[in-house]
Design a protein around this ligand. Sequence first.
Ligand code: SAM
Length: 284
Amino acid sequence: MMTQESAWLTDEARREAKAAARTMWGLGDYHRFATELVWGFGPELVAACGISAGQRVLDVAAGTGNVAIRAAEAGAEVVASDLTPANLEAGAREACARGIELEWVEADAEALPFGDAEFDVVTSAAGVIFAPDHQAVADELLRVCRPGGTIGMINFTPEGLAAEFFDLFGRYAPPPPPGALPPVLWGSESHVRELLGDRVASLELTRKQAVEKLGGGPSDYCAFYKATFGPVVALYGLLADEPGRLGALDREFLEFATRANLGEPEGPVEYHYEYLLVVARKRM
Ligand SMILES: C[S@@+](CC[C@H](N)C(=O)[O-])C[C@H]1O[C@@H](n2cnc3c(N)ncnc32)[C@H](O)[C@@H]1O
């Protein structure tokens, strides 16, 4: 089926967009970012999907194995896939240090290199939301999941703090590829229902809050993002020759981090990001 994005992009433009995304997500230190700020997503999805020994699990846009490593620790046979080799390599080192085994596969969420119905559970935590073609992703998650199997996702919502964060950085970043949908749309219940359609027998959608906590003040929070989070590192690099815009971004980022901080005045800083926990059972 022709997707919206593939209809609008030439193959070469599509390859370039993927290469740019791969480079961007490989900048900074995603593993440090994940373990310090969002490492709770892994156990949450493992519990929500009931992942247990003997199941075959695919984690898509796995990063450095937030969900995948925890699923393997629960005894499942796990494949972690991601667009970005640097993240997979950091994840493999973490798994090795923990003495667990899983498979690491470089893959685009819009075109997964796996067979139909290969997995009992398919997960993605704040991962596939970043692929531009949402319908292609939904079709792939459903295709590789067996009938009766589970699909679990953690998706930031359009009404939550992540939307403000992406909006701020989006105003300074180059435009996304034509046809790309915003990541936070995956946090809208109606969008998820539409993407999965009648191919799921049940769909549980629960809004929750992820709390990012970090020692120090708002400027330390900004500095942490600027050092570790690939898309932010990439944007600061791109604006290096434009001191006016760089300074404006810096001021806006600090203003955001100051305004949104819910921590005590002495710190640590605390940010509440709303997300949609999705647990779907594929129709038999
Ligand atoms: C915010 S990180 C989340 C990683 C991990 N799931 C976690 O919970 O820490 C987003 C990840 O999505 C990956 N990604 C972005 N676009 C992708 C795509 N089209 N296909 C597969 N992975 C993609 C990035 O490489 C990055 O590792």
